[in-house]
Ligand binder design. Structure first.
Ligand code: MAN
Ligand code: CA
Length: 221
């Protein structure tokens, strides 16, 4: 409805926002007081994310003692939530350390994981996109050693999401950006017999290779 047709709209909007906020707060405390087992409900956790609560104008807030009590209760709830968040972070760290190997490793927010399949460059790319990820490539030394772990655990060289198909000697990632990090083996890339793909060996070093070998497929998510 057009605002010019309903002068109460800003008021109604504010009341709706307050209603939603209060039911959220009530829902959170209810969940906390009734739960007995540890909960691990996590949909789309974003590290370092902040929650911003926008309060209404001062005339909508209760005054005096009542307001102070409400503020204290909110502070307690925030502290409780912070404690809960710390617990969840610790649970995630432990989960990824215990459950991911030998198929996956997490580095920062990125997960490298193999489904155990093998394939050439095209098959590897298809597999990874079917799984909702992309063919993995390391952007720094930490990511390189994460991928190296998977290669070592599976004792099978992997193909990386890097190639120089477009311009010989210019290795780029799947977005077409020139790579900023590399870990070539000595003497590589040497384009021996026209090699446009990149293979990681068990020592973590890279070799350019033809694109039709059978590699371990490792995807990034
Ligand atoms: C081929 C070439 C070399 C590469 C080895 C890796 O011989 O691509 O450049 O180092 O394979 O096994
Ligand atoms: Ca080579």
């Amino acid at each position: 409805m057009d605002q010019t047709m309903n002068p109460n709209r800003p008021y109604i909007q504010r009341m709706l926002i307050l209603l939603i906020l209060s039911s959220l707060v009530r829902g959170a405390s209810l969940q906390r007081t009734t739960s007995s087992a540890p909960r691990l409900v996590l949909s789309g956790w974003v590290p370092n994310a902040c929650t911003l609560v926008v309060c209404g104008s001062s005339e909508t807030r209760p005054k005096g003692e009542e307001g102070d009590q409400e503020l204290e209760s909110l502070k307690t709830q925030i502290r409780d939530l912070e404690t809960e968040l710390e617990g969840l972070k610790a649970a995630i760290t432990k989960t990824q350390r215990v459950l991911l190997p030998p198929n996956g490793v997490m580095v920062g927010e990125r997960i490298f994981k193999t489904d155990g399949s093998r394939g050439d460059y095209d098959a590897a790319r298809e597999t990874c996109s079917r799984l909702g990820g992309a063919l993995a490539f390391p952007r720094n030394a930490a990511e390189n050693s994460a991928l190296q772990k998977i290669v070592t655990w599976h004792n099978r060289r992997a193909v990386l999401g890097i190639n120089d198909m477009a311009t010989e000697g210019r290795f780029e990632n799947l977005n077409g950006d020139a790579i900023a990090y590399s870990n070539w083996a000595r003497g590589e890339p040497n384009n021996l017999g026209n090699e446009d793909c990149v293979e990681m060996h068990e020592d973590g070093k890279w070799h350019d290779r033809g694109c039709t070998l059978e590699w371990l497929v490792i995807c990034e998510f």
